[in-house]
Design a protein around this ligand. Structure first.
Ligand SMILES: NC(=O)c1ccc[n+]([C@@H]2O[C@H](COP(=O)([O-])OP(=O)(O)OC[C@H]3O[C@@H](n4cnc5c(N)ncnc54)[C@H](O)[C@@H]3O)[C@@H](O)[C@H]2O)c1
Length: 250
């Protein structure tokens, strides 16, 4: 049985409408966190699922690539709840056209960096001061296995995600000793709507590439996120952990 490691805590989760963000939001909610679900799309289903499981949650619509929105949303959350204990920077995108060094277009590069790198900085820029004031915080960033190994057609994506691992390490070092830790998860292939344009055959190939012969599920990331964001993980900071079904070892 899951213990309530997050009772009394406030967790802000981006990308909580679906996929990994929803998986993390539901897991933290099931362990007692009050979850603030942020996404461009509505998070009504996520909030309803958390409440149906006995937890508490709320939602707000927000574009994580817009610093002005972070600067209004974070004080609103702090005013309402008095603190922010957990920040999950999970919203992100994949390229919609060729993502190679030669064929990538400038607009795709800019979109990728804004969504998958700059947004993570904005989250830390606005939430870390709240955590430091409170003397406790857990930042969880989502990188990718593409940050750690070479994979085809993920040029701008891997640049952004490698940047996330660097920012995670730097922010962790900068604010170590304040009660705040900063870590990242590098997922393998996780079965979420982000894979909607991938054919079933390709999904089978992705599954076969993982040592544990299946795709990951949002709950697999949620379980690791819950540990890294828990109070007991206070000796772990600055790290990026693959959660990849053994993809990186085969
Ligand atoms: N699914 C995978 O295989 C996989 C693997 C490695 C890393 N990741 C990363 O995990 C994160 C979540 O991916 P997912 O698979 O759950 O994707 P997803 O597409 O299922 O969900 C992404 C969520 O982010 C939201 N979002 C996108 N742009 C936004 C913006 N500007 N502002 C606010 N919200 C925005 C979307 O509305 C959506 O709800 C991403 O950062 C992705 O790069 C995913």
């Amino acid at each position: 049985m899951t213990t309530k490691r997050f009772s009394g805590m406030v967790a802000v989760i981006t990308g909580a409408h679906q996929g990994i963000g929803r998986g993390v939001a539901e897991r933290l909610g099931s362990e007692g966190a009050h979850v603030v679900c942020l996404d461009l799309k509505d998070c009504n289903d996520t909030v309803a699922a958390i409440k149906a499981a006995g937890g508490t949650a709320e939602r707000a619509t927000m574009d994580v690539t817009d610093l002005t929105q972070w600067k209004s949303e974070v004080p609103r959350i702090e005013d309402k709840h008095g603190k922010i204990d957990v920040l999950g920077n999970i919203a992100g995108v994949v390229a919609t056209t060729a993502d190679t060094a030669i064929d990538l277009e400038q607009a795709q590069w800019d979109r990728m960096i804004a969504h998958d790198l700059t947004s993570v900085w904005y989250g830390m820029k606005t939430v870390l001061p709240v955590m430091i004031r409170g003397g406790f915080g857990r930042v969880l960033n989502i990188a990718s296995l593409a940050a750690l190994r070479g994979l085809p057609n993920l040029f701008s994506y891997s640049a952004a995600k490698a940047g996330v691992t660097g920012m995670t390490r730097q922010a962790a070092a900068e604010y170590a000793g304040t009660g705040v830790t900063v870590n990242a998860i590098a997922p393998g292939t996780i079965n979420t709507p982000i894979l909607q344009d991938i054919t079933p055959d390709m999904l089978d190939q992705f599954a076969a590439a993982h040592a544990i012969k299946r795709l990951g599920m949002p709950r697999d990331i949620g379980a690791m996120a819950a540990y890294l964001c828990s109070p007991e993980a206070d000796f772990i900071t600055g790290m990026t952990y693959p959660v990849d079904g053994g993809w990186s070892i085969v």
